[in-house]
Design a protein around this ligand. Structure first.
Ligand SMILES: Cc1ncc(COP(=O)(O)O)c(C=O)c1O
Length: 362
């Protein structure tokens, strides 16, 4: 089947570009003597996870329990859930995954720690946990240094929990700082929080087996940073418009994800209406401004959302306006949220559709 025969809107993934991105990241991280545990929140697919593992990744990170279940029930045997669980039902499902391999989960306080420990004790087992450290993202996580180390020590003393390591994700420094030098300087300050936590732990006689950090925007800062054993980038696999704008990730990795739409109306000489609304492409950040909009891969056109099923292309000159029935490709502003809108992506090579792949969307 050819790409032009797909019904639209459709999500296509360039498998050749994905494979090149996988190889590039893996070889770089290996050259820094670090491990790679890619984040599956960007692909939500055992098919892509297997490609990453085959290239040398040591496991996968997941952000939702559903992603972890999708991966582990499909045979992926080593997963870290980088999201706190706070309900007995979710914890039960998490612990059930132990039958399928190694499942670790982050915790950042005694409340979710005790819930997890209680459920694990009930089963006569210990849950594998990673302590989350807030290194500047200002969301979840223990404060770096003594507070995080004391909490990690509490984990080692709590029956039903087994401390495997610490995580500090510098998510506030991924796309926010386009200049590499500036991002590097800020990331090194943030990673200082990991170093302080490790030395406080060392003072308590605790040496964590896993120290995990890093995303696509900081992959070449965190991989090789002292004490960090693995990095967890996700977006490098598909990339998107926002990541494309930052150096050097934007040029190191190829954009592999497109949304394809069809022009369904041309009511004025400068307006074309497509079937790509906000149910077909991630639209976010900066309210309804241009920042969170997808980029049409045709010249002279600006996209604005026209509702759930419509997207309006405004041509700067009538000569650029596509016609009814024309297909238009878009680079999404954000790959993760775009993927989450689709139950299936089409894997393509050149102009051919190679496969349809299910997505474990939320
Ligand atoms: C905890 C965690 N780790 C890793 C990643 C992957 O980051 P990126 O998509 O920037 O590579 C994310 C993304 O949100 C994350 O939340």
């Amino acid at each position: 089947m050819k790409i032009d025969e797909l019904p639209t809107p459709a999500l296509i993934i360039d498998l050749d570009a994905v494979e090149r991105n996988i190889t590039k990241m893996q070889e770089f991280v290996r050259s820094r003597g670090c491990n790679l545990r890619p984040h599956a929140k960007s692909h939500k697919s055992p098919f892509i996870a297997r490609k990453q593992l085959k290239a040398g990744a040591i496991g996968q990170c997941c952000q939702t329990l559903l992603e972890a279940e999708a991966l582990m029930l499909a045979g992926i045997e080593n997963v870290l859930l980088t999201h706190n669980l706070a309900s007995p039902g979710s914890i039960d499902r998490l612990l059930n995954l132990r039958k399928n391999g190694e499942i670790m989960v982050i915790i950042d306080g005694p409340e979710n720690g005790e819930m997890l420990a209680k459920a694990a004790r009930h089963r006569g087992m210990a849950a594998d946990v990673i302590v989350e450290v807030d290194i500047g993202i200002n969301k979840a996580g223990q404060q770096p240094g003594e507070p995080a180390a004391k909490f990690a020590r509490w984990v080692t003393q709590t029956e039903g929990l087994r401390l495997r390591g610490i995580m500090g994700y510098e998510g506030h420094l991924q796309i926010s700082t386009p200049s590499f030098e500036e991002r590097k300087a800020k990331a090194q300050v943030a990673l200082g929080g990991v170093t302080r936590t490790l030395s406080a732990l060392s003072g308590m006689g605790i040496v964590p087996e896993i120290v995990t950090c890093g995303g696509t925007g900081t992959y070449n800062i965190t991989a090789g940073y002292p004490g960090i054993t693995e990095i967890q980038p996700g977006s490098y696999i598909y990339m998107d418009r926002r990541y494309g704008e930052i150096a050097p990730a934007g040029t190191d990795f190829e954009k592999a994800m497109n949304v394809i739409g069809t022009v369904v109306s041309t009511a004025t000489p400068t307006r074309a209406v497509t079937d790509v609304g906000w149910k077909a492409v991630g639209i976010e950040y900066e309210g309804l401004g241009f920042g969170g909009m997808p980029t049409p891969l045709l010249p002279g056109l600006k996209y604005t959302p026209g509702g759930d099923e419509h997207g309006v292309l405004t041509a700067e000159d009538p000569k650029y306006r596509p016609s009814v029935g024309d297909r238009v490709r878009f680079i999404p502003a954000h790959c993760d949220t775009t993927l989450n809108l689709y139950g299936t992506f089409y894997g393509v090579r050149g102009d051919r559709v190679e496969l349809a792949c299910p997505v474990a969307r939320r």
